[in-house]
Design a protein around this ligand. Structure first.
Ligand code: NAP
Length: 342
């Protein structure tokens, strides 16, 4: 039997290996019958994390049917959606359809919510074979059930935004919150965002500006993204480089910045990010494709005195901050909306 503290973390749902928390588990029990401290969500849509979707899509040669089969097999065999290669998941939206009498989450049956805990630790059962998904987008219409624990978090979906937009913004809401916190705490003036025209990148630029940064550089991969980012007005300067080419990143950025935020969805951006950051500065690695060893050993090898932060997906108030930046910043909407498929 597990105590209330362990149950709150979802340990009772771990099938193997014993003794780990749900995020590290290979397999979870996704039984829709809830315990007294749990909440069941009737799933409507999943948002696969960008790094996971890109990896699945590339490994299936862009074949949507194969991507769908791969996602179904992961969820069936693991009881959760955790890409075994990237280790990442995403999040979901749905309707609360059962609340245990001891759940502390304050949710009510019928509320429409987004889970703000990762799919990598959320017990998930899919019942429609993902029949309405073509396997070609990060957002996945789905039917099934998901379980929230006593220490999970969920946000009631706002009425003023399309669900697909809320899902996309909330999936990356840790990035603007982390950026704002670092800029405020270090009184940073110059910020470089790598992958600046994407969802987390555009929100991070807006958050850096709101937090007091005055020299914002957005690094993007090509002319098309550069034009879109310039038109958005979010960055003071737009530069083009392949984020995985460290020397090209350093040359494009020029004078290193106080803070660098890594928002790409591909591996290999660590060294460029370190080179883009001044001595005494901070790198926030929000990308799930980040390698701890590449970042740590790379910085050591360059004798770079930078603080490196793992972009924690949770910061108090992160959901409201991201939704508010989306609502109040036309440039953020201009970059995110075309990436959201209704
Ligand atoms: P996104 O909207 O797809 O943005 C990624 C951007 O990076 C795109 O503009 C992409 O360009 C660009 N990019 C890709 N490869 C590049 C390269 N070699 N050089 C320059 N730019 C490049 O992704 P997102 O949803 O913001 O997610 C970004 C990252 O955050 C992902 O790794 C995701 O897994 C991670 N994430 C982290 C957390 C957390 O809690 N830490 C939570 C959610 C997501 P194209 O569109 O042209 O490819």
């Amino acid at each position: 039997m597990h105590g209330a503290g362990e149950r709150a973390l979802g340990v009772h749902r771990v099938l193997e290996p014993a003794g780990v928390l749900p995020q590290a588990a290979h397999r979870l029990d996704a039984d829709p019958a809830i315990g007294p401290d749990e909440v069941r969500i009737s799933v409507q849509r999943l948002n696969l994390d960008a790094a996971s979707f890109r990896q699945l899509s590339e490994s299936c040669g862009g074949d949507g049917q194969a991507v769908r089969a791969a996602v179904l097999e992961i969820v069936r065999s693991r009881g959760k959606m955790q890409n075994p290669v990237t280790g990442s998941g995403g999040m979901l939206i749905g309707v609360v359809d059962a609340v245990g009498p001891e759940s502390p989450l304050g949710l009510q049956v019928g509320q429409r919510v987004a889970t703000l805990v990762s799919l990598t630790l959320t017990p998930l059962r899919i019942t429609d074979g993902l029949a309405r998904w073509d396997g070609r987008s990060e957002q996945v219409p789905a039917e099934g059930t998901a379980i929230l624990f006593a220490r999970s978090i969920a946000a009631v979906l706002p009425d003023d935004l399309p669900d697909a937009v809320s899902l996309a913004v909330l999936d990356v809401c840790g990035a603007p919150a982390a950026t704002a916190r670092v800029v405020e705490q270090t009184a940073a003036k110059s910020v470089v965002v790598i992958g600046a025209a994407g969802k987390s990148g555009s929100l991070s630029l807006a958050a850096a500006r709101a937090a007091g940064a005055t020299e914002l550089t957005g690094l993007v991969r090509d002319d098309t993204e550069a034009a879109a980012l310039r038109a958005s007005g979010l960055a003071d300067r737009v530069v083009i480089a392949d984020a995985t080419d460290p020397l090209a990143v350093a040359a494009a950025v020029g004078t290193p910045a106080d803070v660098t935020v890594v928002c790409v969805d591909v591996p290999g951006a660590e060294h460029g990010a370190v080179l883009a950051t001044s001595d005494g500065g901070t790198v926030v690695f929000f990308s799930m494709a980040t390698s701890f060893s590449a970042a740590a050993l790379g910085a050591e090898g360059m004798a770079a005195d930078v603080t490196m932060l793992v972009g924690n997906g949770y910061t108090p108030g992160h959901a409201d901050l991201a939704l508010e930046l989306y609502r109040s910043t036309p440039g953020v909407r201009a970059l995110i909306d075309p990436r959201v498929h209704e």
